[in-house]
Design a protein. Structure first.
Lengths: 202, 202
DNA sequence: GGCAAAAAGTGCAATCGGTCCACTAATTGC
DNA sequence: GCAATTAGTGGACCGATTGCACTTTTTGCC
């Protein structure tokens, strides 16, 4: 009468359990650090069995990177639905600047970022989460250029773009860094002859 | 009297033990596949305890990639001791073509390559073995260009070059692929407008 | 030669991530 | 109301890795 069960009670309970696990995990990780928290600790804190925990998350690292929006769709869309006359690289640069940077520099994520940065296994995992999309992005680029899906230049470009999060992690000025990397991808490597201009502070 | 102990008996025995472990491991891996061989299997085949095994190798994956010559030194040397007038990217291209390709395409390594290619965890490990040198190569490039060590363009170039093994793994024509990637790094991305010219065979 | 420290190796228990299995209980579709 | 799904349980289990207390070998040195 009040709330029609568009989603059943079961699914709601399932989601609640999943959320309880993720919350407990993140809390414990932030309290004690990633490696000082065991799977059993998390399961107990969320009041579930370890079996249940692994039915919701494929592994320990996945507990950290919970809500995974689909970056892949965004990437492919950035290539496919770009304004006429714009190059692929420019489209990707805009997408990176508009979509990734706000997340990376979100002030509320400070302690989360610190957690990831201080845990090598999490850094690697985060990196894999990006490079995992290499094939898909590469295919989109190849389609756009009208060449074969296994074109090596397309694959390289996709990979290099997806390397950007890893390359620019924890930098003072991420925006400038992203621009510089895209400059390299657009024009190729140019030896930066100037002996370190002061571009910090003012 | 006959052989002066330039290296003591201890070190020789240690090296022998290490070699015995590595040999046993590789043999078993090739016979049964990586995940169907346990650490205890290897330890028993080499007639040592698992404790001893882990004193020689930091983990299971390291047993596969034993003799690690220092690629890092070669990379840095390729940048530093390059012919006058040659650009960094060209020097790196030559080094990659001269040093990596022969190893990757060595006919005796066929089964070894098959082992790595068929085992995801080994692929990831191999990739990390390369990207691990990003900081060192980046520093060499930055030194060469006379800019700060944390210059992002240098870091990006280093990273992109070290991505090449992962990008070109298992390709029909690795040499052409390497050339194409370096072309991207030299001149920037250029949309390959031609609809898949036949550039294989002749 | 003899001896003490360093270091290699041992054996074993324990931890930890992750899986398996047989089972209970809630939810759902009909 | 009932049968099929499905979430969750709990505990045994596996394999990688570590820690500890101990033996044996080698080495450096007097």
């Amino acid at each position: 009468m009040d709330t029609p069960p568009v989603v059943g009670r079961r699914e709601r309970k399932k989601a609640a359990t999943r959320q309880a696990i993720a919350d407990a995990a993140l809390r414990l990780f932030l309290e004690r650090g990633y490696d000082r928290v065991s799977i059993r600790d998390i399961a107990e804190a969320a009041d579930v069995s370890t079996t249940t925990l692994f039915k919701h998350f494929p592994g320990k690292e996945a507990l950290v990177f919970d809500q995974e929006e689909d970056r892949e769709a965004g990437l492919i869309a950035a290539v496919r639905r770009r304004p006429a006359g714009q190059g692929v690289v420019d489209a990707l640069r805009e997408h990176v600047l508009a979509s990734w940077l706000p997340v990376a520099t979100h002030p509320l994520r400070t302690e989360f970022t610190a957690l990831v940065d201080s845990t090598p296994v999490l850094q690697e995992y985060a990196e894999r989460m990006w490079t995992r999309h290499t094939a898909a992005l590469s295919a989109a680029i190849a389609d756009d250029a009208g060449v074969s899906h296994d074109d090596i230049a397309c694959r390289a470009l996709a990979r290099f773009v997806l390397d950007i999060p890893a390359l620019t992690r924890g930098l003072e000025d991420p925006r400038a860094a992203v621009e510089e990397v895209f400059d390299l991808l657009t024009h190729g490597w140019r030896p930066p002859g100037r002996p370190q201009q002061d571009h910090r502070g003012d």
